[in-house]
Design a protein around this ligand. Structure first.
Ligand SMILES: C[S@@+](CC[C@H](N)C(=O)[O-])C[C@H]1O[C@@H](n2cnc3c(N)ncnc32)[C@H](O)[C@@H]1O
Length: 412
């Protein structure tokens, strides 16, 4: 089988690359980019190079400036930040997206290189944002893909539904160019069968269903057009389009269909399955003096709080499990994992039953990375990078699907 040349954007510590390489040796990363804007030390990039080598094609630079050096490739992958993608400006260069918004970098790369496939990952709220004009940002993304000559299938996947130890819900988006067999199949089916054809692809033989099977659908769906007949241009669409997108969906030739899907649940791994059993350093354990503060953080609250300017507001939130149940999958790990905060996991240590936070190795296991993948960087950053990373076995499954599709393509 021919190699699939991969470009990895927003590479972090290399979750996409690791998953793809575990799926097949046909994936050859020809260029990778990772740059942490807010920090002087480029810890994630250093981790990436520790695993994948110190090479000229591994670039630690703002994608805004680095994108000019991207070589031709077949598959573009990346977990990009969820920002406000609105289009407000109309300067000398015509319609422009908001400055500093990284989606526009991906869009520019798409248009320059037109890779055969694109696989992106983002938070689950991507399909809903912004709150005041639901679905506008995702509509902009779909319209950009349409204009660049792609169809898109998306799915919001909770890793725990497919056998992982973390309830991490992420939107995955797979785009395929309009000269691929997959595109022709989707376009033909929708042309002949209409939305029934789109539904069949989502349920049975599209990109995601064969690897992440569905039990069925709820009776909630949305459909419509995002092409130039509905909206003259992106600015038009950005101003007026709002839509409730559901967890499974497809856009082909500017027409979209989306439906609330019910995953066929596989037995999950409980949180206890990733816990270390060797004696751990004392710093992970909650001290007797701290327990009350942790109880407060995790507990229900109804209280008056003060803003910086001295004004007050009423704050309320419910309680959460303390400690976390280790017979269930973990909650979503955030970048603040390990710090003294409400969202940090607290577990009863399997050996001593004392309460403690998770170790960096346990966080790596929750995302399916090998133990000590992030070793060598300060501990706070090990948690941070795992809070940013994706669940590697999900990418491995997608990599297998992509290599099978590419092989079919070569044969046909
Ligand atoms: C959601 S994380 C992706 C994590 C990755 N998938 C992994 O498995 O580790 C997004 C990454 O984009 C990087 N990033 C943010 N702004 C960037 C920019 N302007 N240029 C390049 N990388 C950037 C961040 O440092 C972060 O590591």
């Amino acid at each position: 089988m021919e190699n699939i040349r991969v470009v990895e954007l927003f590479a972090g510590v290399g979750g996409f690359r690791l998953g793809l390489e575990q799926a097949s040796s046909c994936f050859q990363t020809v260029w990778a980019n990772q740059w942490e804007p807010s920090m002087r030390s480029q810890f994630a990039f250093e981790c990436y190079e520790r695993h994948f080598g110190h090479r000229p094609e591994h670039v630690c630079q703002d994608i805004v400036t680095a994108k000019g050096n991207i070589p031709p490739h077949d598959l573009l992958v990346g977990g990009f930040p969820c920002q406000d993608y609105s289009i407000a400006k109309k300067g000398a260069r015509g319609i422009e997206g908001k400055k500093g918004v990284l989606w526009w970098e991906i869009n520019a790369i798409l248009r320059t290189h037109r890779p055969r496939y694109v696989l992106l990952e983002n938070v689950d709220r991507l399909i809903k944002s912004p709150a005041w004009q639901k679905g506008r940002d995702f509509s902009i993304i779909l319209r950009c893909f349409y204009e660049a000559g792609y169809a898109v299938e998306w799915r919001v996947i909770n890793a725990a539904d497919y056998g992982e130890a973390q309830r991490r819900r992420r939107t995955f988006l797979f785009a395929f160019r309009n000269d691929t067999a997959l595109f022709r199949k989707a376009a033909d089916l929708i042309c002949v069968e209409g939305l029934k054809g789109a539904h069949q692809l989502l349920l049975q033989d599209g990109f995601f269903a064969p690897i992440f099977p569905l039990y069925g659908f709820e009776r909630k769906y949305s459909e419509g057009w995002l092409d130039e007949f509905r909206y003259l241009d992106l600015k038009d669409l950005s101003a007026a389009q709002s839509c409730h997108f559901y967890t499974s969906g497809l856009m082909v030739n500017g027409r979209f269909y989306s439906v609330e899907s019910i995953p066929l649940q596989f037995p999950y791994k409980p949180l206890c399955s990733v816990l270390e059993t060797a004696p751990l350093a004392e710093r992970y354990f909650l001290s007797a003096a701290d327990i009350d503060h942790w109880r407060y953080l995790k507990g229900a609250k109804q209280e008056i709080r003060h803003r910086r300017n001295g004004s007050t507001y009423f704050f309320s939130e419910g309680s959460m499990a303390f400690p976390d149940r280790s017979d269930l999958p973990a909650r979503t790990m955030l970048t603040s994992e390990g710090s003294v905060s409400r969202s940090t996991h607290v577990v009863a240590d399997p050996q001593t039953q004392r309460l403690r936070t998770l170790t960096p190795i346990e966080c790596e296991r929750l995302n399916g990375f090998p133990d000590d993948w992030t070793a060598g960087m300060p501990e706070r950053l090990r948690y941070f990078t795992m809070g940013n990373a994706l669940v590697v076995p999900l990418v491995k499954a997608m990599g297998k699907r992509i290599s099978a599709l590419a092989e079919d393509e070569q044969r046909s």
